[in-house]
Structure formats: structure tokens, C-alpha cells
Design a protein around this ligand. Sequence first.
Ligand SMILES: Nc1ncnc2c1ncn2[C@@H]1O[C@H](COP(=O)(O)OP(=O)(O)OP(=O)(O)O)[C@@H](O)[C@H]1O
Length: 295
Amino acid sequence: MPRLEAVSKRYGRGRWILQDVDVEIPAGSVVAFAGGNGSGKSTLLRMVVGLSKPTRGAVTGRPAVVSYVPDRFSPNERMSPLAYLTHMGRIRGMGTHAASSRAHHLLDRLALVGGKDAELRTLSKGNAQKVALAQAVLVQPQLLVLDEPWSGLDASAHGVLAEIMTEVSGAGGAVAFTDHRESVTRAHASQTYTVKQGRVTLRGPEAVVQRYAVTAVALGMPGHGGVPQEVEWGTIAGVLSVAARGPGALLVEVEQDHADALLLVALRTGWSVVDVTRAARSHRVQDSVAGGNAR
Ligand SMILES: Nc1ncnc2c1ncn2[C@@H]1O[C@H](COP(=O)(O)OP(=O)(O)OP(=O)(O)O)[C@@H](O)[C@H]1O
């Protein structure tokens, strides 16, 4: 499957649009590229499918059957969607009958409004996008690349688009698409890359902030003048931090559940408990463990 290795791109002697891009689009995955207008998303996709060459670096591993849906499909054709798709199916190696019935099926599924027999050039933007999408999946592609596929499509076609992506990736193909909305990439992609200022970086799993309770135990010298034993506080279960608080005084923070055990150790080793307070802490955890034990 396609891999971009140290790819940089500029048009002519213009500015660098993309720099040192390392990206992999694995089999069975749906990879999104998120970024603002003009950040280079379309440029990147065109290099993935082979319509544009990197200025530096290489794109390797492109499979044999690649389908690409550009962000704008506005054919100035008198041909009807049905005739166009049947023709494209034949180019893809299908028989006329098989191509025509597949075209009918896909246009019905995508709810093409405006007529399968109207001229392509008369179609609205959204309907033209539906024809482009149908064209891309006449034959199941090994690599499906979609530039801003959600824009322009109506709500019913959104569901079909999501199904098509799942079908291709579920069959072991790879899917790549762009969008500028995080909600869309989160919902549909297994991995999202951010495209910004020429750099393309893999976004990690979303981090969430989790709050949890700790107990702060202030320890001091015993009033009777005895000397407490040395204790390796950091090795006791649940201890989060140990800090010196002046001569012979410590502040130990411990997870709530382990506070009693810590107090017991303190008292048994001759320390005096000066103060015990509860405090709230927050830390960032990954989505996958949110709701689990805070550590
Ligand atoms: N053929 C070209 N010749 C010269 N410059 C180009 C060409 N194609 C794109 N660019 C420039 O490259 C930059 C990135 O464009 P690109 O279309 O890749 O961005 P994008 O992230 O897809 O933007 P959008 O979200 O608006 O579609 C822009 O500054 C654009 O003007």
C-alpha cells in the first residue's frame, strides 16, 4: 500500500507546499488528512494517486487498482451519467451489461436526483459528486482516494459514502480522504494526519483530562524527641510524590485508596502525622483508558 517517504513538493520555483512528509496508508485502514484551505491536502492526495510527482522523495507501494475522486468534478459532457459510467466500467474491464447494471445500482444507492439520462454538464455540484463517487467504485478499488468527499453531498449520500469507505477498507483496501473538520475525521478515519505549514503529522489518540482525588500527608518529627526510621516512601503503593518540607518534615501525596496504608507505615516507623488533606488533581489520559483507573 502507498507510502510517502521524505516527500517534499513545490510548484516550479514557488514556495514549498509540503516538506519531508512520511506517511503510510496501510491496507484495511481509513486515513484522513485534516488541514485548512491551501494547506496542501489536495497536492498530497494527487501525489498518492500518481497524478503529481514529488519534487523530492518517493511514493512507493501504490496498488494496481486505484480510484480517485477529486474535490471538483464538473465534466462539460453531453453524455448521461449512465452512459459515462458504463463507458468507465468498460475501461475498467467490465462487460457492457455488467457495467450498466452496476451503474444503475450505484446511482440508485446514492439517490442521484436530476436523472440518470440527463447530460452530465447539467448536473448540480452534489449530483456530479455522486457520479464521481460511483465511478470510483464501479470496480472495487484497492486504494480509494477522496478529496473533500463530504462537501456537496446531501445527508442520505453521507451515509452511503461512509458505507463505501467501510466496504473498501473491510475488503483489505486502503482509503484516504481529506476534510477540514475534526468531527468528520474523528467519525470516519482510523488515523488522522494534520497538514499544516508544509508539515504532515500523525495525530495521536485524543487526550482527555481526568480528575482524581489524592491525599496529601504532612509528616514531621515526633513530639517526644525520637528519631523516625528511614522509609523509601516512593516505593509504597499509590505514592505519587514525596517532597521535603524543611528539616525533618515531608509532604507525601498518595492516591486516595492507599492513604490508610501509608498512614499506618508512617506511624509504625515513628513519624508524626502533622496534617492530612484531600486534594483534586487532573491529568491527561488517552481516550482508550478514560474512565479506567487514574494513574
Ligand atoms: N498546479 C499548481 N500550481 C501552482 N500552485 C499550486 C498548484 N496546485 C496547488 N497549488 C498551490 O499549492 C497550495 C496548496 O494547495 P492544495 O490545493 O493542495 O491545498 P488544499 O489543502 O487542498 O486546499 P483546499 O482545502 O482549499 O482545497 C496552494 O497555495 C495552491 O495555490
